[in-house]
Design a protein around this ligand. Structure first.
Ligand SMILES: [Zn+2]
Ligand SMILES: [Zn+2]
Length: 519
């Protein structure tokens, strides 16, 4: 499980020049912040690295020399916008101007924020330098290109014969190939980035989109060298035919992960494993609006964690993961999910069972007989729970996997309501114990099955029942806590939230610490 901070690119360089600091100072700050937030949200990578890493930079340069040697790179002189005052070429966001489509006067060289169209700096009407607002001239510059069209056939075959790709990824990519692939620009006249290794490309850097994507490989390499001290271990993940690499992306990244990245790997002629699955989610919106950094539409991670604990967000965002269609996050829906599912179903079942055992059985797990007819249905549900969750996770349907876990707790609640151990207890302490002995096994399995979704809650349950923070995944669905085991009291795992209060609280956080638009 690897990823990293994408540190290069024009937006960072422009922002650094405007603030009068080196770009690396900006990316150091944000990389550190991202790493902290990943930790707070319990998102654990085997290696979360950065594209400024020495290993990545060397890997990229060596990689492109191979691709060039194999005949997939060529150079060409093109005209570019150039600022006479700053004495520099103006790629991407170094230019601003009027959008040729919607006439927004403040479109950027790479994109118009108003109409969302992707632009080339030369498309802009009345272009101006983003740094000093002067009018640029046109000047010739030599650039390098990746000859993607040469790989159309092998790419088409690869996509057509890969059975795993979701429909959105397959259809989009095949359509793209059918319309004719275009060469991809490989270099920029930027100072901030990885120096292009090609002969005659002095002072040019590799276009950020064409190097960051190689970070999956270099991050594996770095993991093998630094964490495992086995420098060739990375090859097992990228060259072993039995190895399967899975990419988790949003659908706007499909062209890069399904066409361009595999194209680059093919161009090395080194038999790399191509992506086995690209789990590309659809979009999520916020109260019906598109997330936007520049328009400050979003809930920033550091704000989110002040509003509710990380597990509330993990729960809500996995439940709303746009796996097959676009979804919409609303505060009312957040409240509903937390209150009626996380709290009332999951938290409540765990709490009812464990507190009843504490109060009436002095914390000792009561005996139950496996063969009693009254348990048959619930025990069958319990023993099939692992394979149900496994199956959904195996198809990268995290949302449905989590639904299966909640369903198990819901069945547990039904079982308690049906047998009413609190009523039985007065008449027959053994009969009531039978029900609770079974219920606590469900709680233990919930503790295991929640591990990938809600690691903190999982840990609390497992510790309380067994004294161990982690139980083996494969033991879910079995009888885990033996009768007579003394279990530790467990505080309620969750509490309810209120949408209106959360909205007000967010306003108040923002008035204290406004969002940095470019961050
Ligand atoms: Zn300028
Ligand atoms: Zn526009």
């Amino acid at each position: 499980m690897v990823s990293g901070s994408d540190e290069h690119g024009t937006p960072i360089e422009v922002e650094a020049i405007k603030r009068g600091v080196p770009p690396r100072q900006l990316t150091n700050k944000y990389h550190k912040l991202i790493v902290q937030l990943l930790k707070v949200f319990q998102i654990e990578f085997d290696n979360y690295t950065r594209t400024e890493s020495r290993i990545h930079k060397k890997f990229v340069r060596d990689f492109y020399l191979k691709v060039e040697k194999n005949g997939f790179v060529y150079s060409q002189k093109i005209t570019q916008l150039y600022c006479l005052n700053d004495k520099r070429f103006l790629p991407d966001r170094f230019v601003e101007g009027e959008c040729p489509y919607c006439h927004n006067p403040n479109a950027r060289g790479d994109q118009c924020d108003n109409c969302g169209r992707v632009l080339d700096p030369k498309d802009l009407l009345n272009p101006r330098c983003a740094l000093d607002h002067s009018t640029p001239i046109q000047k010739e510059s030599e650039h390098w290109f990746f000859d993607l069209p040469k790989l159309s056939e092998p790419l088409r075959k690869y996509i057509e014969t890969n059975p795993n790709f979701p429909e959105n990824a397959r259809n989009f990519s095949l359509g793209w190939i059918r319309d004719g692939l275009k060469p991809r620009s490989l270099t920029r006249d930027n100072a901030w980035g990885i120096l292009a290794p090609f002969k005659g490309a002095k002072g040019k850097t590799i276009y950020v989109w064409m190097e960051a994507v190689l970070g999956y490989v270099s991050a594996t390499k770095e993991w093998a060298e630094k964490k495992k001290k086995q420098p060739s271990l990375w090859k097992k993940y990228w060259f072993d035919p039995e190895s399967r690499n899975v990419h988790f992306i949003g659908k706007d990244n499909i062209p890069f992960h399904v066409v361009i990245f595999p194209g680059l790997l093919l161009a090395t002629r080194e038999n790399y494993d191509l992506p086995w699955e690209v789990s590309s989610s659809e979009y999520i919106q916020l109260e019906g609006q598109k997330f936007s950094r520049s328009r400050k539409i979003g809930v920033w991670m550091d704000e989110a964690v002040e509003l509710a604990g990380p597990e509330y967000w993990r729960y809500a965002l996995i439940s709303l993961r746009p796996e097959q269609k676009d979804t919409n996050f609303t505060w009312d829906e957040f409240e509903r999910k937390v209150n009626t599912e996380l709290n009332d179903v999951l938290g409540n079942f765990v709490h009812r069972t464990t507190s009843f055992i504490q109060t009436y059985y002095k914390g000792k797990v009561p005996k139950y007989s496996v063969n009693k007819k009254q348990h048959a249905k619930i025990l069958a549900t319990l023993s099939s729970s692992l394979s149900k969750v496994d199956d959904r996770l195996g198809h990268f349907r995290l949302k449905e996997g989590l639904e299966q876990v909640v369903e198990l707790a819901r069945e547990g609640n039904r079982y308690l309501n049906e047998h009413e151990p609190w009523r039985l207890y007065k008449a027959d302490v053994h009969a009531s114990g039978e029900i609770l002995g079974v219920s606590i096994q469900i709680v233990a399995s919930l503790g295991i099955l929640l591990q990938p979704f809600l690691p903190l809650a999982s840990k609390k349950i497992c510790l309380s029942l067994t004294g161990k923070a982690n139980l083996p995944w494969r033991s879910a669905g079995q009888a885990i806590v033996k009768p007579g085991t003394k279990v530790r009291p467990l505080q309620p795992l969750f509490h309810k939230v209120n949408a209106d209060k959360l909205r007000a609280e967010l306003e108040s956080i923002r008035s204290r610490t406004p969002i940095e638009a470019e961050a």
